[in-house]
Design a binder for this molecule. Structure first.
Ligand code: SF4
Length: 374
């Protein structure tokens, strides 16, 4: 089983915190969509023995594509790959693209999961992050989308400086009252060379407050738990049966093909990524050359990836798997490096699996790097 990720590298405007690959010029949009089809065609051999169970349109802003363009890309997947019955097909969409009419049309397509970039229901937060949508659009589109789709996830950002705990709670309660079955929530982080980075350095935007982010995270964990959500990955909360199949397959080490500029692919032993430049991407594929860089993953790399992803999820790290896949040396390394974290109560062992304890979940990336084999 495998997944296909298709990167749509266009956005109406740049959100201040974002370091994903996208262009705000749409001049090359038609050509780029055709090139995505070409890439899907020329890479079909890579997954020839696999069944595709998920297709994911991410970005950028995939909802900027027309329904016909999305249909064309889905058709190209079906024409070139073996797809299971009823695959999960997710579209990342921004509220300003989701008019009532558009939602209605999408509900008649084969897209069966919407991932809506709400980020906040408050106008001042949206403006402070340079989001293209308004608070009214966030609510209106969610009201309409929940009538047509039951598999909806929304993105919310926490840890926005000076956001009170009450305001964050209000954001969460609005989301929960809409009855969404999945929430992905990320702390606002400052990536190098983003506008946010510049503003903070200039002193025109307050710096990130980690302790505030932790308070927001704890509230998020508790409030979603009360409503029957499972905290199945550090940043992902889903009702049973509504976990993201696509993202879960990343975390469980299944292979995936990343199509489009900047997209990453993984086939268990190697990782590759396409050039993060729309024009270079198009030109290279016109010559039928794949514009990608390949990294062969050593045993050590594979182990470190397993530790990182395992610790972030409820599936944890299996000592048995570490021994079978990596050997006794790795298992012994793991057992000795976890001791202090078990004593601190941030890691725990249940049924032969190593898991982040509730109070360790916010810290998993830091803990994981201490467990790496270097
Ligand atoms: S819409 Fe998404 S991809 Fe585009 S700039 Fe904003 S956060 Fe980045």
């Amino acid at each position: 089983m495998a997944g296909i990720y298709i990167h749509i590298p266009f956005c109406k405007q740049a959100c201040y915190y974002c370091d994903f690959h996208f262009s705000t010029s749409f001049k090359k949009k038609d050509e780029l969509v055709q090139t995505l089809v070409t890439e899907l065609e020329i890479r079909k051999e890579e997954l020839k023995n696999q069944s595709i169970e998920t297709i994911y349109f991410g970005g950028g802003t995939p909802s900027l594509l027309t329904n016909d363009e999305l249909k064309l890309l889905i058709k190209a997947v079906y024409n070139n790959y073996k797809v299971i019955d009823n695959p999960e097909i997710t579209l990342e969409a921004n509220p300003d693209d989701l008019s009532n009419n558009r939602i209605n049309q999408l509900s008649k397509s084969s897209i069966n999961r919407l991932s809506i970039g709400i980020q906040s229901f408050f106008e001042d937060d949206l403006q402070s992050m340079n989001r293209a949508h308004s608070s009214v659009e966030a609510k209106t589109c969610l009201r309409e989308a929940t009538k047509y789709f039951d598999n909806i996830t929304i993105d919310l950002i926490y840890g926005i400086p000076k956001m009170s705990i009450e305001k964050w709670n209000e954001n969460l309660q609005i989301a929960l009252n809409f009855g969404v079955n999945h929430i992905s929530s990320y702390a606002l982080t400052v990536e190098p060379k983003t506008a946010l980075d510049t503003f903070i350095k200039r002193g025109t935007y307050p710096p990130i407050d980690e302790s505030l982010a932790l308070q927001h995270f704890n509230l998020l964990v508790n409030e979603t738990e009360k409503q029957g959500f499972v905290h199945y990955e550090v940043s992902n909360f889903g009702k049973p049966r509504y976990f993201s199949k696509h993202n879960t397959s990343y975390w469980q080490g299944k292979p995936y093909l990343g199509i489009g500029p900047s997209a990453h692919s993984f086939n268990k032993t190697q990782r590759s990524w396409n050039v993060a430049n729309n024009i270079k991407y198009i030109k290279s594929l016109q010559k039928k050359e794949l514009p990608s860089t390949v990294e062969i993953l050593s045993k050590q790399d594979q182990y470190n990836e397993y530790i990182m992803t395992g610790l972030r999820t409820i599936w944890g790290i299996s000592f048995h798997k570490v021994e079978v896949d990596f050997g006794v040396k790795y298992k012994a390394h793991l057992q000795s490096s976890i001791e202090k974290f078990i004593n601190q109560g941030v890691l725990e062992i249940t049924d032969g699996k190593l898991l982040a304890a509730k109070k360790g979940k916010f810290l998993t990336d830091g803990i994981a790097s201490d467990l790496f084999m270097i």
